[in-house]
Design a protein. Structure first.
Length: 562
């Protein structure tokens, strides 16, 4: 089993850091990036794998939060539309424009004119949305789509009472898992150190001052201590658990919202549809990679986030909302899988559906824990701004203990693996697909690799060249993932479990239920790299397939219950 010191991004592991960040989701990663960007010596610790939970369970949207205007949360919307542009500049190969259709029926509340006014305000807030963005990923202006034109684009909409839709721009987070990993690597390029499958099991203090943390390798059981001037708890739904025996003194509370999506077959729409059902709920029907994402539910939950699963009521809530505006009810054969995540929200007294998506950073000096900070709330889109503001807060509060810091403005900074200053993303791909022309890879596979890995795609091509059969497609007809990616995931990207590889380094695990034979193929490819024998490889494959079967049992129950 690999030791922690053998599987760090950046590094090497040291015994002293300026700041330790707990949590490898989008919040923790962006906080860590800004710590390293400011020149602080930073360590990021993730208990499972980077982005394994909330940050991966998304609607694949980088959005400004149009519906938050109804809650008069103007500050969150203004920040979101601004940050959406910065993300497009940072990683245009992974962030693409996506138009959203905001449907209007004669029973809609608010009615179509008010919806239009809201969309107009939303667009005004994003007036400079295309500044500095490559030409082929710029967003169009909003406009009204009449009923007949809308039905040509979205043929499944219920026609009774349909008036049309407002089309507005937002952005597609094409592969959230790969974008997050690119940010982890960017953090490392700035001088940071990141380690996965490791837990902070104790926060050390002397009197009222934080001294550092004790870390356990969750795979080997090895433990070691790290001294630090500050500890930032960005563990998402696990913020209370991450504080251990200090949670009571710190007084951290977080409200959990459960977000369930269905992955369906292609529902025949080229643009995302923002559905307001007759039950008053909002969901997004988002076409993606030949499939459609339907969700999220956004309902309250409690307990251990690791144990949260999709249940029958979640699926039926999505069905009820979608069916209320669809000409044909969703059927079992259309649903391929389900994903679930738990979002940590600020406990502002509202329910999870109407709670603000702003973030909050709490300095626990008032609770007698100087040097300890907790971050709650926030979302994918505003993660960069969150990271910046959290580190500003920490640097100001800890000025006496931290070294002088430098300025770090990443609003126009591409990630370390982005392609740079091409006029268009297509130009970057045109150059990329010509690399290593002697390899027998199709243009589609080559572009797939360039999109997922950015400039690092050349290292994947090198892996292809070094091993027999590594150009083989893993799931022909569905995904352009190849065997070399599974090898690269272990040898270069610190994937340590089958789930790490299938669900977060490759794309096959994000496309719905992965067939048993594909799971077994991937397990057999990575087995020798991870020191697994045949029995171990078979066991982990069976466990993965068992989880898939359990999800499908719940889907079957939901459709048989009505």
């Amino acid at each position: 089993m690999s030791k922690l010191s053998d599987r760090v991004f950046g590094g090497p592991l040291d015994v002293r850091y300026d700041v330790v960040i707990i949590g490898g989701g989008i919040s923790g990663v962006q906080v860590a990036r800004h710590a390293a960007g400011r020149g602080l010596k930073a360590l990021l610790v993730e208990q499972n794998d980077y982005g394994h939970a909330t940050s991966a369970a998304t609607t694949k949207a980088i959005h400004g939060g149009l519906r938050y205007l109804e809650q008069y949360d103007f500050a969150v919307v203004a920040e979101s539309v601004r940050e959406r542009r910065f993300l497009t500049i940072a990683a245009p190969h992974l962030v693409q424009p996506r138009s959203f259709l905001l449907t209007a029926y004669d029973w809609s509340k608010p009615p179509a004119p008010i919806l239009g006014a809201g969309v107009g305000l939303y667009e005004a807030m994003a007036l400079n949305r295309n500044v500095g963005v490559p030409r082929d990923v710029r967003s169009p202006r909003f406009k009204w789509i009449g009923k007949q034109a809308l039905l040509k684009q979205v043929p499944w909409l219920q026609t009774d009472g349909l008036q049309g839709a407002w089309r507005h721009d937002d952005t597609l987070n094409l592969h959230a898992e790969r974008l997050l990993l690119a940010m982890v690597k960017d953090f490392a390029s700035l001088g940071g150190t990141a380690v996965n499958h490791a837990s902070v099991v104790n926060i050390d203090r002397e009197g009222s001052a934080i001294q550092g943390v004790d870390i356990r390798d969750n795979l080997s059981g090895e433990t070691f201590s790290v001294a630090a001037s500050a500890v930032i708890n960005a563990a998402g739904p696990w913020v209370a658990e991450a504080l251990g025996n200090l949670s009571g003194q710190a007084g951290v509370r977080v409200k959990q919202a459960k977000g369930v999506h269905l992955i369906t077959k292609d529902l025949q729409t080229k643009e995302a549809v923002y559905v307001r059902g007759r039950n008053g709920r909002h969901i997004v029907v988002n076409p993606w990679e030949g499939r459609t994402l339907v969700g999220p539910t956004d309902t309250p939950t409690s307990g251990d986030p690791d144990s949260t699963t999709t249940d029958v009521s979640d699926i039926n809530l999505l069905r009820e909302t979608l069916d209320s505006v669809s000409s044909h009810p969703l059927t079992r054969d259309q649903v391929e899988d389900t994903i679930v995540g738990v979002r940590p929200l600020i406990d502002d007294g509202n329910d999870t559906y109407t709670s603000s998506r702003r973030f909050e950073v709490r300095d626990h000096q008032e609770q007698g824990l100087a040097g300890l900070f907790t971050v709650t709330g926030g979302k994918w889109t505003t993660g960069r701004a969150m990271g910046e503001k959290v580190i500003d807060t920490v640097v100001k509060a800890m000025a006496a203990k931290l070294p002088p810091t430098k300025r770090f403005d990443d609003t126009k900074r591409p990630l370390s693996s982005s392609f740079g200053d091409y006029d268009t993303v297509a130009d970057a791909f045109t150059v990329a697909v010509q690399e290593r022309s002697e390899l027998s890879l199709s243009p589609a596979v080559r572009e797939h690799l360039a999109r997922l890995y950015g400039t690092e795609h050349t290292e994947v091509l090198r892996t292809v060249a070094e091993g027999e059969g590594l150009d083989e497609l893993l799931w022909p007809g569905t995904s352009n993932d190849i065997a070399a990616q599974a090898v690269y995931a272990v040898t270069h990207e610190h994937a340590l479990t089958l789930e790490d590889v299938i669900d977060r380094r490759l794309t096959v695990g994000t496309l719905g239920a992965v067939p048993d034979h594909v799971v077994e193929k991937v397990a057999n490819i990575i087995a020798p790299l991870l020191g697994w024998d045949t029995e171990k490889a078979s066991g982990v494959a069976a466990a993965y397939n068992g989880k898939t079967a359990a999800r499908h049992d719940v889907i079957d129950q939901a459709f048989s219950a009505l």
